[in-house]
Design a protein around this ligand. Structure first.
Ligand code: C2E
Ligand code: MG
Ligand code: MG
Length: 646
């Protein structure tokens, strides 16, 4: 038989180029990378053997029979090996647990054993091929099996891909499916045209596609720092979790790096990141260093305490020294957080959530903090998850309660307003303070719906309980707003819609914003305040002086009231300097025509002192603690109506 082996030569050239490219580029140390390399090498070997064997068959006078026989034998062996390796690669790409993979691999090995038996028996039986004196190479009775096995494996891969379609990215799926279809076509064609050697060229073409899309080292490296990127990090972590390996992730978060970037310029930033990346690679190893975010690197390390501590202390020591950015010397700080799998997380999403939590802890601890996940932190983090769940349940069942705390007017000598304060109760955690659950709801975005429900409840309370009873003398209800609510484009319209739904006079609504918000949500908030202000809603600035003190917002925004929180008031009573400063603040605010509310007032002595100060309003446990709607109404009835009647 005369074989057409030109396609094989082209395939061999192609594959040699891939192999060289593969070897000179950094590759992720993954099973699938090793399998790809094994597949590439065995395909190349099969291709080279096929060329030699085909040439030998056409030139029996130039090649000894034993060599021809050996090459034919090798060809069949390599063809079988290639099929099985790619089958393995497909299973690896689908992920899944180890048990499933092992079952599939064992099932996939059965045809290999059967083929191996036939191939090894062939020199004695001629089942797959034999050499005839006159005709040279002659296909044996079972020779077609090799093509059927290619088709069979491709079909099995196709089924595996379809069954696991949700586990593989769409583009990868398309390429793997293409591989199976191409291999089936080329093997099918060879069944009818044995002389046409097409398998290798088909493999080479699809290998090229796989290499470019799934194994491309370029897509896994961050060009600025020359470290592996976030995609590589996720692939690596997922692989380790799937293989149930123990490992520790060390996150290295460059503190306020965007501020540094803004000052030193992009050219210097790139060289700085490259230096930092190189240093981290020296600490954690080239293969284990990743740039996971603009200003964050991560090391994947074995879960050995000593090794992790050594790396962490090397990083901390280095960050006590200067870095060079162009001609500038600068100091940088790094927050370090570490967490281990399976101890602290068992999936990528758990890992990301824990990382966010630990970095948040690091932030509160101060610059250059080191937070290593442990049982205590994991417990706190679990509580956080439980709080998130409690918020979702409360939203779903409309289960959030609103308590009301009265506000006393010094001028009227009675309770004239109320602050609405959200209360969340959970079966497992009991009462959760708003100081705990509001920041959680802000972070996961549920504050928008939560805030809407609270506002609606307040409006309903005013409409059902306060408007029909003007004798109670409650002129307004204060509602706390979150910055996240204020940056919703339709916030003002939504609030006006609710106010109108319950026919509440807008002047009965007083929205409390904190100082931090005025800094975070400038333009949009100004627009909302203007719209709501023109509609008749009033605004108070809450927790005055606790954020970064800058009274520009008092000029910029139309606040009719400023509230001083408990901490401020406590220092006002306890500390002489604070007393002098706050006394002046009160005077300034009065001069601006802004009313003042003192919060957290608990004793008669404090009230008397504030009376001397000519304070406008007081809120605190001295008058009442926050209470459910009906209890609040009973208190107002007793204080404002019954007392007045005497
Ligand atoms: P805030 O708006 O400054 O509310 C005043 C806080 O001081 C309330 O705490 C109140 O119970 C407490 N307080 C009042 N008088 C006294 C007192 O004499 N002694 C003591 N020890 N505490 C007093 P609460 O209810 O735990 O709320 C904490 C914070 O949570 C609020 O501070 C507010 O910023 C936020 N918050 C509460 N409800 C909501 C809400 O519906 N939406 C939003 N966005 N935030 C809310
Ligand atoms: Mg408030
Ligand atoms: Mg306050």
């Amino acid at each position: 038989m005369i074989f057409v082996y030109e396609f094989e030569i082209a395939a061999l050239v192609f594959m040699t180029i891939f192999l060289l490219h593969f070897l000179v580029h950094r590759q992720l140390p993954l099973m699938r990378t090793r399998l790809f390399l094994a597949y590439l090498i065995s395909s190349m070997a099969g291709c080279a053997v096929n060329i030699l064997s085909s040439w030998g068959c056409a030139n029996t006078d130039k090649m000894p029979l034993w060599l021809n026989q050996a090459l034919a034998f090798l060809f069949f062996v390599l063809e079988t090996v290639c099929c099985y390796i790619f089958f393995w690669y497909t299973i690896q790409m689908c992920g899944g647990d180890g048990k499933w993979k092992n079952r599939m691999l064992r099932a996939g090995a059965i045809p290999v054993f059967m083929l191996a038996f036939l191939i090894f028996a062939t020199p004695f039986t001629g089942w797959m091929y034999y050499f005839d004196e006159g005709k040279g190479y002659v296909p044996g009775v079972w020779s077609s099996l090799i093509y059927f096995s290619v088709i069979g494996y491709a079909l099995a891969e196709l089924i595996i891909l379809i069954v696991n379609r949700n586990k593989i990215r769409k583009t990868n799926q398309v390429i793997m499916v293409l591989y199976s279809l191409f291999m089936m076509c080329s093997a099918g064609m060879q069944l009818y045209h044995r002389e046409l050697l097409l398998n290798s060229i088909t493999r080479a073409v699809v290998l090229l596609l796989i290499y470019v899309s799934m194994q491309n080292p370029g897509s896994l490296v961050d060009s600025v720092s020359d470290r592996y990127n976030e995609l590589a990090f996720r692939i690596m972590v997922r692989d380790k979790i799937e293989h149930r390996q123990s490992f520790t992730v060390v996150y290295l978060h460059l503190y306020k790096f965007n501020h540094i970037s803004a000052v030193i310029g992009y050219k210097n930033v790139d060289s700085l990141l490259e230096q930092v990346g190189r240093f981290f690679a020296a600490v954690g190893g080239e293969e284990n260093t990743y740039r996971t975010q603009t200003h964050e690197f991560a090391l994947i390390m074995p879960a050995e305490e000593a090794a992790v501590e050594k790396a962490v202390s090397a990083v901390r020591d280095r960050f006590l020294q200067k870095w060079k950015a162009g001609n500038l010397d600068l100091m940088m700080r790094v927050d370090i957080v570490t967490a281990s799998s399976p101890e602290h997380f068992e999936s990528i999403s758990e890992m990301n959530a824990l990382r966010d939590y630990l970095l948040e802890c690091a932030k509160t601890k101060g610059t250059g903090a080191l937070i290593m996940a442990d049982e205590g932190l994991k417990e706190e983090y679990r509580r956080l998850n439980r709080v998130e769940q409690a918020i979702s349940e409360a939203i779903e069942k409309d289960g959030l309660e609103v308590y009301y705390q009265p506000i006393y007017s010094m001028k009227d000598k009675k309770l004239v307003a109320a602050e609405a304060l959200a209360r969340l109760h959970d079966e497992a955690l009991g009462n959760i303070s708003p100081a705990e659950f509001i920041p959680v709801a802000e972070k996961n975005g549920t504050i928008i719906e939560l805030g809407r429900q609270i506002f609606e409840k307040c409006c309903r309370f005013i409409a059902d309980e306060l408007l029909p009873r003007p004798e109670l003398g409650i002129r307004s209800v204060h509602v706390n707003l979150s910055v996240i609510q204020c940056i919703q484009p339709d916030m003002a319209e939504e609030f006006i819609r609710i106010i109108e739904k319950y026919r509440v006079p807008p002047c009965m609504i007083n929205l409390e914003l904190t100082e931090r918000m005025t800094l975070d949500a400038t333009d949009l908030m100004r627009t909302h305040m203007k719209k709501l202000g023109e509609y008749g809603v009033r605004f108070s600035l809450d927790d005055y002086g606790t954020g970064s003190s800058n009274c520009a917002y008092l000029i910029d925004y139309s606040f009719g009231m400023v509230k001083f929180d408990k901490q401020m008031m406590d220092s006002y009573f306890a500390n002489e300097s604070a007393h002098i400063i706050l006394k002046n603040e009160f005077k300034t605010l009065k001069g601006l025509g802004i009313d003042i509310v003192a919060e957290g007032i608990e004793t008669k002595a404090q009230v008397d002192k504030l009376e001397e100060e000519d304070m406008n309003y007081i809120q605190g446990y001295y008058f009442a603690k926050p209470a459910p709607g009906q209890e609040f109404l009973r208190l107002i009835q007793a204080q404002n109506v019954q007392k007045a009647a005497y």
